[in-house]
Design a protein around this ligand. Structure first.
Ligand SMILES: Nc1ncnc2c1ncn2[C@@H]1O[C@H](COP(=O)(O)OP(=O)(O)OP(=O)(O)O)[C@@H](O)[C@H]1O
Ligand SMILES: [Mg+2]
Length: 290
């Protein structure tokens, strides 16, 4: 049994098909979801977090049906941590007070154990010293970490994180990577991000979504390999058929896709290069019939 099994999951909003017959399974380990704005990442994560229901298809979480009995849903939610993309904060609560509030909802009924757990997750996200500060007085990145702390309560078996690294400074991002890779050893961590370097540094598996469908599902190494021989460095401005190019800090141009410009030297592709090429190929495919 996988922690998460999605079969032919479809979700539409009016005329927008946010997810179109998606088949995905997740078990232990960290999976990164990449995709452009509107790709369907949040929709997918909300379905896994039991915050919304799919219109069609089958969703199994820890072998249970989230839309079966109320007891089944409660069993799933006990084992689930969720960081939404946007979270309204009760500004007048302290960081400790807010995370404790969620802990109460999650049935941490013993006061002593609850307080120890709240302190533990606040320490995990580096907020031990700011626990008594009001949420409204925290910086944006600190507030984001309060939200992350509540998702970590009770070591959930399924951890759903929608853009967890947004707004974090580099030190905090590195700390978060360490925390999540440790968690990935014992639970299914599913995170979305626009930072390909987070995925490259942290995720064993990467899923690329675009237009509500899965465009790639595999290891980071396999995704990077799709860009082999298609990335160059050159001194002069490249021609117009490159998919993208930019002048780097060294003054050379990094060229992705197209034909190699004169004097270009092949260079090792990054995950970002491969991701851009994958979506660029999609854009061409969409444009072709017009
Ligand atoms: N509550 C909603 N009502 C109507 N349309 C929605 C709603 N939520 C999402 N959509 C639409 O569904 C599609 C997928 O949205 P979703 O939020 O899942 O994308 P995303 O990949 O998370 O994007 P982003 O990177 O911007 O967060 C988009 O076209 C969006 O406009
Ligand atoms: Mg989103």
């Amino acid at each position: 049994m996988n922690a998460v099994d999605l079969t032919a999951v479809t979700k539409t909003y009016g005329r927008t098909r946010a997810l179109d017959a998606v088949d995905l399974s997740f078990d232990r380990g960290v999976t990164g979801l990449l995709g452009p704005n509107g790709a369907g990442k949040t929709t997918l994560l909300r379905i896994v977090a039991t915050s919304i229901a799919a219109d069609r298809g089958d969703v199994r979480l820890l072998g249970r049906d989230p839309h079966g009995s109320h007891a089944e849903l409660t069993e799933i939610r006990r084992e689930l941590g969720y960081l939404p993309q946007e979270l309204g904060y009760p500004g007048d609560m302290t960081a400790f007070g807010f995370v404790e509030y969620v802990a109460v909802l999650k049935e941490w009924n013993d006061r002593g154990r609850r307080h120890r757990e709240v302190r533990r997750v606040l320490e995990l996200v580096g907020l031990g010293d700011l626990a008594t500060k009001r949420v409204s007085k925290l910086s944006g990145g600190q507030r984001r970490r309060v939200a992350l702390a509540q998702a970590l309560l009770g070591d959930p078996r399924i951890l759903v994180l929608d853009e967890p690294t947004t707004g974090l400074d580099p030190t905090q991002r590195a700390d978060l990577r360490r925390t999540l890779s440790a968690l990935g050893g014992r639970c299914a961590v599913l995170l979305s991000t626009h930072q390909t370097e987070d995925v490259a540094a942290l995720c064993e598996r990467v899923v690329v979504l675009a237009g509500g469908t899965v465009r790639f599902d595999g290891t980071v190494t396999d995704l990077v390999a799709t860009a082999a021989g298609r990335v160059w460095l050159c001194d002069d401005e490249p021609g117009t058929d490159a998919l993208v190019s930019w002048r780097t800090g060294t003054g050379r141009h990094h060229v992705v896709g197209g034909t190699p410009p004169p004097g270009a030297v092949p260079t090792d592709p990054t995950l970002e290069d491969a991701y851009l090429l994958m979506l660029g190929a999609d854009a061409h495919a969409v444009r072709a019939p017009a």
